[in-house]
Design a binder for this molecule. Sequence first.
Ligand SMILES: [Zn+2]
Length: 236
Amino acid sequence: MLLHNGSSFVIYFGDKKDRCVKATRNYSFTSFKNIKKVLPNAEKLVFIKQEHGVEGVCIDDHSQIPTEITLFKQKGDFIITSLRKVGIGILSADCLPLVIYDLTKHIIAVAHVGWKGAVGDIVLNLINTLKNKYGSKPSDFNIYFGPCAKVCCYQVENIFLKHLENFSFIDNVIFKRDEKIFFNLPRFIKFQLINFGVKEENIHKEYNNCTICDTRFYSYRRGDIENRQASVVLLK
Ligand SMILES: [Zn+2]
């Protein structure tokens, strides 16, 4: 477990040890109860049915989250909240858990960003939602990357490159070694964030371990088909 304890917010990046979540169709609330033990300030926990898409949900009223642990029925891959003591989370095994803290508006967001969401512009959609709905400015964002598949291990096929051909920074996110091709997912997302106005020095990568070669974490590519780790952020 990796824990970032900021003055206004706390981020939990889970791993196998924390009895992580089995991603069945109904999700496992047993594991979420364990997360609440790690985050004693969390009066409520909220997750969303992820689909590798680009949409998300904003929670600004407790009526949206009637139960102690809520799984939103609608699908989506990011959650934004202005509410204190509400832990918002995503599940992942190789995709990037992305956390945003807007230090001016005092708003948090969490997103599940795999390559499909990344090329589909989930990051742009999330930032536009923060700008349009909350008046946020990307230059005020502090961003935290959780564990994901990294370039040391994230091998892709040649055909994958067609998904990246419209991005000007493609040459900076693809690496060739021993005639194999590797994709740098966190760097791809970092380029997007900087293009959208986030300051490079505000992108924090100290929790961005590689889920494939660091066996503390579940990895879909290493064979964890159903198991996931949770990433949760909470305004204190
Ligand atoms: Zn690795």
